[in-house]
Design a binder for this molecule. Structure first.
Ligand code: GLA
Length: 731
């Protein structure tokens, strides 16, 4: 890990173990990008990468410079609107005279030890000796505002954490119209783009296609991440596979409106940007104020898409998920939602807990319906008081459950409010809406204005009171609709476009305050399943419910897609009842276990109704969890098949850090005619080539054989066929 500035060449150089990033200060004070990717040495050949040749008068250059210096041509570290860079740009600052034209000129830089966290926002962290930061201060030539680009690198990771802040040392107001978190200019556009698309019940399906000329983007304007896309993007050389090839990634630590944008320009070069979605965003920056844009992570791997995913998994585990639970084995939970929906009472919950504890389940999670007068989804959100008619005294129920040797967890949907609630009757103005206009309603609920401190205070106190009232060790933090009529009663007209971002800051602040009060609280994020699965939430919640669709066959592409960036330890996955409540499909109990064991693991069914045979399978799965979870959580994850689980056969594995233990899962979704011939030969990955591994059935093979020739997988003429097997190094 090294950050170096060469005064003579005006050149910055950032080196991680397997990647280099170089840029230099150009004649106009612009930061010219030279290289990001595999390791390089600085020489004149490489330095030429920062230059392009001026071709026409349609690419003007700043006064005093040559046509070769036109921003329209150059690879830049961070681009601004209005001065001849006609591609998508990263920043636009509006001044009091009305112009948004922005020109960024290098002023100074600092190389610092360590990495600071961003105030009020999730961001990566590290010990001072294990990281370094470069801060480059640019100045907007038109307003005098400072735009500070921050680059942090880490001793143990090929990641560059980038962020941007704007400070206003002037005497006038500056309005930030656009401030993206990271830009990557490439010298060509010969890439496949990979991203995650989805919908409710079908989140994070990986998509891969060639980049086309022009602008392409994924984004959210829903006020939260959304089920539809995920705030991360990958550029892979077209020949890249899971295991080989140069691959770049950008991942945003943010849970609100975002954009990840790519432009293949007239010269077939690629510019990629990621950050807050500028649509309906603006921030008024008064003199002496600073605005922080969220952090973005840049990844590079020359070991294919799988290599990039493993960099991301490890980095998120070690430098983003800050919960003490991040690396810890989680309690196996049972959630009552699909068992009872709203139809439960104290006795029913206790019976589920009792039966579950007999089988070795370690935590009961009481889902929606325990508060206010909530017996269906039409009331009481906001009234976070125990419904005593249903539950009696919560503390004594929790004590009884604790006596069964089980922990207790509770569902909340803090950001929402029902029209039929005490809270709404008291504070109708706390809802996001435009005064005098109609409100949009989703699931008969509205959205609280989390940009208000009184709203955040109310939620902090009411939720804390519940958490103090009983031994509650886990919460499921849900969020079941997107934001509409984004208008805050407390903000002046010229700050209304700040509301969506302030909402997200309020959500983060509430997490922050609750975790300060309850540092060991295990939070599972959720949003109608996986509608807010992002690295920003992972900073607070070490796990997130992947999807309301718990059908094991559908979960394969959901979980494999999720693994593009996110680690298995963060994927909320449960065994649920069949026919499945979302798809009406029935798949074997064992397979449901195999898929759920690939995530956090738990149950989402009425355990009191299982047959003896199923209960025996639960016991086995629990035993497997105890045996395997260390490697699922801490091991290196390999997708052993291409296409992220969207093909008939899907396989994945985890290899322990010392390469001594391997766990492999193989699924064949649909039986095929003569499907047992030819047999499947699966090549394993990440083993020590020279180690001799032993399988469960005592057969032995060397790492090199298992990786080069593969292993023959037994098959069966049935749908939803799954197997898990282990390998242990013999010495
Ligand atoms: C959302 C969640 C579910 C469940 C319900 C309760 O849909 O994703 O798991 O908690 O809310 O209303």
């Amino acid at each position: 890990m090294q950050i170096h500035f060469c005064k003579k060449r005006k050149l910055f150089r950032l080196e991680t173990e397997n990647s280099s990033c170089l840029f230099r200060i150009g004649p106009g004070g612009e930061l010219r990008h030279i290289w990001y990717g595999g390791k390089v040495e600085v020489d004149t050949i490489l330095e030429e990468f920062a230059d392009r040749m001026g071709t026409s008068s349609f690419s003007p250059q700043p006064e005093g410079l040559t046509p070769d210096d036109s921003p329209d041509l150059l690879p830049l570290e961070y681009s601004a609107f209005g001065c001849s860079d006609f591609r998508i740009t990263a920043a636009a600052l509006r001044k009091e005279n009305g112009t948004s034209v922005t020109s960024l000129i290098y002023r100074s830089h600092k190389i610092l030890k360590g990495k600071k966290v961003l105030p009020g926002l999730p961001s990566s962290f590290s010990k001072t000796k294990d990281s370094m930061t470069l801060e480059v201060t640019m100045e907007d030539g038109f307003s005098g505002a400072g735009v500070i680009l921050s680059y942090s690198i880490f001793a143990d990771s090929d990641v560059i954490a980038r962020s941007v802040r704007v400070s206003n040392p002037t005497k006038t107001t500056v309005r930030i119209e656009k401030l993206l978190s990271a830009q990557l200019d490439f010298h060509h556009a010969d890439f496949d783009v990979i991203y995650l698309k989805g919908m409710w019940g079908k989140e994070r399906q990986a998509v891969r296609h060639r980049l086309l000329p022009g602008r392409q983007c994924i984004s959210s304007s829903r006020g939260s991440t959304g089920h539809q896309y995920n705030p991360g993007i990958v550029f892979a050389e077209p020949s890249a596979t899971e295991n080989v090839g140069d691959v770049y990634g950008m991942l945003l630590l943010y849970s609100g409106n975002y954009i990840a944008e790519a432009e293949c320009d007239q010269y077939q070069t690629l510019r990629a940007l990621i950050g807050i979605n500028p649509e309906n965003f603006e921030w008024k920056l008064e003199p002496n104020e600073t605005f922080y844009a969220p952090e973005a992570l840049l990844f590079f791997s020359d070991k294919g898409i799988g290599g990039l995913s493993r960099i991301s998994h490890k980095f998120l585990m070690d430098h983003v998920i800050r919960s003490p639970w991040g690396h810890r084995k989680r309690p196996i939970l049972i959630n009552n939602w699909e068992a009872t929906y709203f139809d439960f009472n104290n006795e029913k919950i206790f019976q589920i807990a009792k039966e579950a504890s007999k089988l070795g389940i370690e935590m009961l999670v009481l889902d929606d319906g325990w508060f206010g007068e909530r017996n269906d989804d039409r009331s009481s959100l906001g009234d976070w008081f125990v419904n005593k008619k249903k539950l009696g005294n919560l503390a004594s129920l929790v004590r009884k459950i604790n006596k069964l040797n089980m922990k207790f967890g509770l569902w909340f949907e803090p950001e929402m409010i029902s029209e039929n609630s005490q809270l709404y009757r008291k504070h109708p103005d706390w809802v996001l809406h435009v005064p005098g206009g109609k409100k949009s309603i989703g699931r008969t609920q509205m959205v609280l204005d989390m940009s208000r401190t009184d709203v955040v205070d109310y939620l902090f106190h009411t939720i804390s009171d519940v958490l103090h009232s009983a031994n509650i060790e886990y919460i499921k933090w849900d969020m079941n609709r997107n934001l509409t009529e984004i208008y805050s009663q407390l903000l002046p007209p010229d700050r209304q476009k700040e509301t969506a971002h302030r909402y997200v800051l309020g959500v983060y602040q509430l997490h922050e305050r609750l975790l300060e009060e309850f540092p060991n609280l295990l939070i599972e994020g959720c949003s109608g399943g996986g509608g807010r699965f992002d690295a920003g939430m992972l900073y607070y919640a070490p796990q997130i419910w992947c999807s309301d669709n718990s059908d094991a066959l559908d979960r394969i592409s959901i979980q494999m897609g999720t693994s593009l960036f996110y680690p298995s330890s963060a994927m909320g996955a449960h065994v649920s009842v069949c026919p499945n409540h979302q798809t009406r499909r029935t798949v074997p109990f064992t397979m449901r276990g195999h898929v759920a064991l690939s995530g956090t693991f738990g149950y989402e069914l009425d355990i009191t109704k299982l047959s003896d045979e199923e209960k025996e399978l639960v016991r086995q799965q629990i035993q497997n969890y105890h045996e395997w979870n260390n490697i699922v959580r801490e091991g290196n994850h390999y997708r052993l098949t291409e296409n992220f689980g969207q093909t008939n056969i899907a396989a994945w594995s985890w290899v322990s850090q010392d390469q001594k233990k391997v766990l492999v899962t193989v699924i064949r979704k649909n039986s095929e005619p003569c499907g047992i011939n030819p047999p499947l030969h699966l090549k394993l990955r990440g083993l020590d080539p020279d180690k001799l591994y032993e399988l469960d059935d005592k057969r032995r093979s060397h790492g090199k054989t298992l990786m080069n020739a593969g292993i023959r997988i037994p098959n069966a003429m049935q749908d939803a066929f799954s197997i898990i097997f282990h390998l242990n190094a013999t010495e």
